[in-house]
Every structure is written in C-alpha cells, then in structure tokens.
Ligand binder design. Structure first.
Ligand code: ADP
Ligand code: ZN
Length: 434
C-alpha cells in the first residue's frame, strides 16, 4: 500500500517539478496581469511585462504583494474571476488586525482538498478512518479545509467544530475517532481535560493528530503525543494562500513538504529581499500557481522560517519548510532585543513546566519589562513558598540566557490562564506603542 495520495507528483524529480512550476507561473502571471488591476499597475510600475516571465528563474522580477494590499482592495479587489464563478468565501481569523476575505472556485476547492488529502495520507489516515475535526467551521479555513481533504480522500469526517470540550471527549469516545485535527494549543487542552475526566487515552482508537494554524514547539508535540497517545503531525497554511495544507509533514517529522506543484516558496532576507541559502532564516514568500479565484503572486507572509532541499527519507521530493518560528508581527522588541514567544515556550517545556503560560510586556518609565507567567502543575511542585521561589529563580535564569535580556518569572495557580479553543493568545503587550 502506498503512503502517498498522489505519488506521481509527490515523488517527481526536481526537474519535473521545476518544469511544471515554470509553465504554471507563466500562465498565472499572464492571467493576473489581465484580470487584476493591482498586478497590472505594479508590474507596469516595475517595468515588467508578462512576456518577461519565462520561468521560475524570472520570479524575482515580479513585485511583492502583502496583507496591506488585501486590506486596501477589501473585499473583492484582488479576485481574478467574476463572483458567479466563486464557490466559497473564507476570511482570515484576524489574529493580526482587520480581516481579509478570499475566494475559491470549484476547481480551487478540489485542489485544496487534494493537498489536504496528501497530509492525511502522510499521517497514515486511510479511507477507513474517521477524522474528528475540532478546528472551527465557518469563515476560518481550518474546519472546512480539513473537511475538503477528508472528502477527497474518502475517509469519514466528523465535523465537531471547536468548543465544548466535554462534548469533544464524548464524541471521541463514542464515535471512535481515529484521527483529530485542531490547533495544537487546543490539543494540549483536550489532553489535559481527558486526564482530568479520568479517560485512558491508550484505550481509544485515536492514533494521529493534524495540528497547525499557530506556532508550536517540539516539546509541545511530545506533550500532546503523550497525553492523547497519538502521533502528532504539523500542517501549515494561511488563508491568503489557501488555508491548511500549503505544507504538510510526513512520518519523518523533519519539516513540512511544500505543495510545490501549486505554490512556490521563497525564503527572503526581510531587508534586502534576496533569497537566503537553505537552512537560513528569512521571511516566507509564496506564489500561487494554480489558484483561479484568488491568486497571489509573491505574497509576503511575515512568517519566519527556513527551507531545505535535502532528500527526505519518506521519498517525497517537495522541499521542506521548517516550523515557522513566529511572525515578524509577533516578534517583540524588548529593550532593543528581538524576542519570539516560541523561544520562551521552548524554555518552559524543556524545564517540564506547564505549557499554559502568558507573556506580559510593559513599560516602566523608559524601560521595557517582560514577565512570564506560568501555571503550576501538581507534580512539579510541593507548595512551600521557598520551593516556588527557587523554581522562579531558575526559570528567570534560563530565560535570561536564552533571550539575552532579563525576564521576570512568576508561577500562577493551575487553571488560572484562559484556555483557547482556537489560536492561543500568548502575549499581552501593555506598552501602548503605536
Ligand atoms: P490569521 O492571520 O488571522 O491568524 P490564518 O488563519 O490565515 O489567519 O493564519 C495563518 C497563520 O497562522 C500563518 O501565517 C502562520 O503565522 C500561522 N500558522 C499556520 N500554520 C502554522 C504552523 N503549522 N506552525 C506555525 N504557525 C502556523
Ligand atoms: Zn518526507
């Protein structure tokens, strides 16, 4: 039995992939130039004609697009088909500001289903399995995106949507879910709630999890795998480009294969806009090759990551991207030092502390302060004050060595930090910097 959904393309040679990308890019650029005014204006300004784009080697000549362009043309200014051809609208979850709206033709939805199905198969899911979808259904792409993939693969989807944790656990037990898809922070919470409810997850058929839509660490993966007794896979996507399934993890779990027949990934130095070598961090930029309704060219995601062309033992030949290390938007600048919430999370989990934490940034006079509040767990602490302050000092020391600046560490009581059913809110910035 093959563990690929579309083996011909998932294991194609680099030459074949690049040839296909070049053909598709030429067509995509011609189309957007004809159909979407903003592309024509930008390309005219830059002195680039569609004929100048002969293949992927010419990609660098094309102007960038950004979230701001989507906001400026809100709601439908960047659509490339008339509304009668649009089968579905979705909107970004608005984590970083005003929402944007995107559209899909029937064909776009089929392709979306295919790329999500590639992930499901890579996670060992077959037609016989039942996939419990606890991502939100609605304008957010998570729920319906995974549903499209399940439908294309032919497995059974259980559209539970997000929320009502007790009900999620009942359904998981009664409907015998084989796999679950939700945000990693919610998966942590489900694991925690299952333990509290006395559910022995090793007795459930659940064996795989498809988790994405927000940053998570390897340590968090271990926690989830342990508490839900599953193998946890990372899936990456963003509304603007498609939704979940832009890149997907295989059983090697060493980076996510980018669906390169539909998207070109570039990793660029955010300042010079030049590509950085494999393994070096930069801003992730995507170009859609086949999207009909809402094709973005050189979209700056503001996500930071790396890419590798190294061969993967799974046999897939698509390049692999790292877990995004955060967004340029998420990056906190504290006393001039760049700090990512993911660095803090790694420290917490390495010390076996609770993954339920919050980062509070404030300004006292001219000095920025950062405080990490983390919940106490029953097994790590006895309740003497001196124990707690010893742990707090140790955590503060570790944070200082990783972040390069001093941070206050505070333990708070278990359960006191709000849980999220979708994306977790980790940072509270009280500095009012606008
Ligand atoms: P919003 O921008 O409103 O959050 P989206 O739901 O489109 O809307 O979010 C996409 C973003 O979510 C990505 O740009 C990325 O920052 C983050 N993301 C998605 N998948 C992952 C993942 N597997 N790991 C880390 N971050 C992810
Ligand atoms: Zn692989």
């Amino acid at each position: 039995m093959s563990n690929y959904y579309q083996p011909d393309i998932e294991t194609a040679s680099r030459e074949e992939i690049e040839k296909l990308q070049s053909e598709r890019l030429v067509k995509a650029v011609k189309r957007v130039y004809e159909k979407v005014p903003i592309y024509r204006e930008r390309m005219d300004e830059a002195g680039v004609k569609p004929e100048d784009i002969k293949g992927i080697e010419d990609l660098y000549k094309l102007p960038f697009t950004s979230k701001q362009d989507l906001r400026d043309t809100y709601p439908y200014g960047m659509f490339a088909v008339p509304m009668e051809e649009v089968a579905r609208l979705h909107a970004s979850s608005g984590t970083t500001g005003k929402q944007i709206v995107v559209g899909y033709t029937q064909n776009d939805l089929d392709i979306w289903g295919d790329i999500v199905a590639r992930q499901l198969v890579a996670a060992g899911i077959t037609k016989k399995d039942k996939v419990h979808v606890a991502y939100g259904y609605g304008l957010f792409t998570g729920g319906l995106g995974i549903a499209e993939g399940s439908r294309r693969l032919g497995c059974t989807s259980i559209p539970v949507s997000s929320g009502n944790t007790a009900r999620q656990l009942t359904i998981m037990q009664d409907f015998l879910s084989d796999a679950i898809a939700c945000t990693p922070s919610y998966a942590m919470y489900l694991g925690e709630s299952a333990a509290k409810a006395g559910i022995d997850t090793s007795k459930l058929p659940l064996r795989a999890g498809i988790f994405g839509a927000e940053p998570w660490t390897e340590e968090m993966r271990k926690e989830i795998e342990k508490s839900l007794n599953i193998k946890a896979y990372d899936i990456y996507g963003l509304t603007e480009i498609m939704g979940p399934g832009v890149a997907y993890e295989c059983s090697e779990q060493r980076g996510m294969h980018v669906n390169e027949d539909h998207f070109i990934i570039e990793i660029l130095d955010p300042e010079t806009h030049k590509p950085v070598p494999d393994g070096e961090k930069g801003e992730i930029v995507f170009t859609c090759l086949t999207k009909e309704a809402f094709p973005l060219i050189r979209f700056r995601t503001k996500d930071i990551g790396t890419v590798t062309h190294e061969k993967c033992a799974c046999g897939r030949t698509f390049v692999r991207m790292s877990k995004p290390m955060g967004r340029i938007d998420d990056m906190l600048i504290i006393r001039g030092v760049n700090v990512f919430p993911s660095q803090i999370e790694t420290v917490l989990l390495q010390m076996n502390l609770s993954p339920n934490y919050q980062i509070i940034v404030d300004r006292k006079g001219v000095l920025d302060t950062i405080e990490v509040q983390v919940e106490m767990t029953e097994d790590t602490f006895s309740d003497t004050i001196s124990d707690i302050s010893r742990y707090e000092r140790e955590l503060a020391d570790r944070l200082k060595s990783v972040l390069g600046i001093a941070a206050k560490a505070t333990f708070v009581s278990a359960g006191s930090i709000a849980r999220s059913e979708g994306k977790a809110k980790r940072v509270i910035d009280r500095r009012n910097l606008v």
